[in-house]
Design a protein around this ligand. Sequence first.
Ligand code: ZN
Length: 110
Amino acid sequence: MISADLLRRLRNDLPMPVTIAALGREGPPSKMFAGYFRFLCPHCGEMRATVNPRNNLAHCFTCKKNLNNIDLLRELDYDFPSAVTLLERLLNQYQAQQTKTKTPSPPTRK
Ligand SMILES: [Zn+2]
């Protein structure tokens, strides 16, 4: 049973660039453009799907479609349960790494 809370975390808490980096050759080609992460839109094939870091949604400026992590994997021919399993594993890895690398930042002096 897949909970709504898990789905929400997979959509919101796992940055799309992390998912795409983890997919490697299996995922869409991507690049940084003007500080934004862009990747090849699976709908129209243009390199204009751009991740909005505020809501972790990719918006394609060519075909105007929106994609989240789950949509992206569905486009890559994952069925829904496999997409959720993979994203859950990536999210756990990502969060484990975040806690490990989280070091107290030195006080900034003005
Ligand atoms: Zn598109």
